[in-house]
Design a protein around this ligand. Structure first.
Ligand code: NDP
Length: 455
């Protein structure tokens, strides 16, 4: 027996923790993973996976409507929320089992319980102490609910994925990823949805054209957006709630969903006491090799609050394992990471927004707005928006943005092009696939007139 019980103890069996542990195990390290909830973490159990299944389920409503324009008669279609939730839960049970099996197959010991760091090499779980040469903190984040009277009456995305019934009237506080995604799910299934955003527009941080296009499309589908509006309080009246706003008015709802961001799960984890530096949001501060201020303690994923996306956590976990358990030092490249918002219609982007690009480049912009072919017959008033942000000096494409059906599937391919440093001339030299929406990205010839004065 070496100096420690394990080479690596990972706290948290989410995307980042599982990938790091499995790889370390595969490379011969003695590894234990501690998990207090279900295996798979936020993405698999409370985020991306169940959310996307509900998005898919909700989207059938549009398919049924659109089918009429193509000659279909769709009679008696109705939706059973409970059946969808049960089917989704069955799939999550399957995934939980798969994650546990993958860990076992990599010879990783799994420990059910809450792990707390006791010192730089010790973790306490279920009253037992376990020691390791390295500790990896991969505990993710948790929904943050701002303080207001009646906050105990609201739900977060965690509960929204498991509601016993679909609420008829939903008020959603926030205008970020989670807010617009759930707005789409409930609205498509027939709920009355009101988004309450404290600023002037949804999706802060995204390109202005993406933000305004998505808001327009959401409003076309019937989602109400109240801008520059803050919640004052929530009161429960029997089975319904009244939501009071800062301007003194109120609205009634059957469910109030708060989606105002997430905070790293570091409370009472023993990190501060062990000397680990946390930032103002409570995230573990790490270097490029995912090492915290304590030599033997590392962190990956949302708990570090860098780019909070599953594939990023997976890559950070992989790089940690390669570096420390396979003598193959790797660091993560955080540029040009594509992302998607599974709103209806979805959004997907890679690279810089126009606003970000303008900070350091002179840009040429290419924008295309069109009615997708399907809707020429379906009659749906949905429009697609595509935008390219190009560096005037080098012709390099700095950003690709899309709001419209299949946007995430399309942008994934363009992310490879941006990783390779593709220029607009190379986009132009690429022959499109006809008839698709995607071909528009290689056929946009004329830049939009530049609003910015020449320096
Ligand atoms: P976001 O950070 O995306 O959005 C938070 C929203 O809440 C913003 O609209 C913000 O407004 C608003 N807000 C923040 N604080 C308050 C407050 N005190 N009162 C009122 N409104 C407030 O958070 P989400 O919860 O939507 O998502 C968390 C993270 O999860 C995302 O950042 C993303 O990393 C990840 N995620 C990724 C998904 C994907 O890849 N598809 C899907 C879901 C989540 P303002 O704009 O004014 O700041």
């Amino acid at each position: 027996m070496g100096k420690y019980d394990y080479d690596l103890i990972t706290i948290g069996a989410g995307s980042g923790g599982v990938r790091a542990s499995r790889l370390a195990g595969k490379y011969g390290a003695k590894v234990a993973v501690i998990e207090e909830s279900r295996y798979g973490g936020t993405c698999v159990m409370r985020g991306c996976v169940p959310k996307k299944l509900l998005v898919m389920g909700a989207h059938f409503a549009q398919h049924f409507e659109d089918a009429v324009g193509f000659g279909w008669t769709v009679q008696g279609a109705s939706h059973d929320w409970g059946a969808m939730i049960a089917a989704k839960n069955k799939e999550l049970d399957r995934l939980d089992g798969i994650y546990q099996r993958l860990l076992r197959d990599s010879h990783v010991t799994t420990v059910d319980g809450r792990g707390v760091v006791a010192d730089p090499h010790t973790v306490e779980v279920n009253g037992q102490r376990m020691t390791a040469e390295k500790i990896l903190v991969a505990v993710g984040g948790w929904p943050m609910i701002p303080d207001f009277p009646g906050k105990e009456h609201v739900i977060t995305s965690n509960e929204a994925l498991d509601l016993p019934q679909r609420p008829k009237r939903v008020v959603i506080i926030g205008g970020g990823y989670i807010a617009v995604e759930f707005a789409g799910i409930f609205n498509a299934l027939g709920s009355e949805v009101t988004l309450i955003i404290r600023s002037g527009q949804v999706l802060r941080g995204f390109d202005q054209d993406v933000r305004s296009t998505l808001a327009e499309e959401l409003e076309k589908t019937g989602i109400k957006i109240r801008r520059d509006c803050r919640i004052r309080s929530v009161e429960k009246h029997g089975a319904e709630y009244s939501v009071m706003f800062d301007l003194g008015d109120e609205c009634m709802a059957d469910c109030v969903l708060v989606a105002t961001g997430r905070t790293p799960n570091t409370a009472s984890l023993g990190l501060k006491e062990a000397g680990v530096k946390l930032n103002a949001k409570g995230a573990v501060t790490v270097d490029a090799q995912n090492r915290s201020s304590v030599e033997s303690i590392f962190a990956v994923g949302d708990v570090t609050d860098r780019i909070n996306l599953t594939p990023v956590a997976i890559n950070e976990g992989r790089m940690f394992a390669e570096t420390f358990f396979n003598k193959n030092p790797m660091t993560m490249d955080y540029t040009n990471i594509a992302s998607a918002v599974f709103s209806q219609p979805p959004v997907s982007v890679v690279g810089l927004s126009e606003e970000e690009a303008r900070k350091s480049h002179k840009v040429r912009l290419f924008i295309s707005r069109f009615r997708p072919m399907k809707h020429t017959l379906s009659g749906r008033e949905e429009r697609t928006m595509m935008k390219l942000v190009v560096d005037k000096a080098t012709d390099k494409v700095l950003g690709c943005h899309m709001v419209g059906e299949d946007a995430p599937e399309i942008i994934q391919g363009l992310a490879v092009a941006l990783k390779c440093g593709a220029t607009k001339a190379q986009f132009d030299a690429t022959v499109g696939i006809h008839p698709t929406a995607a071909e528009e990205f290689v056929t946009m010839r004329d830049p939009v007139p530049d609003k910015e004065p020449e320096a």
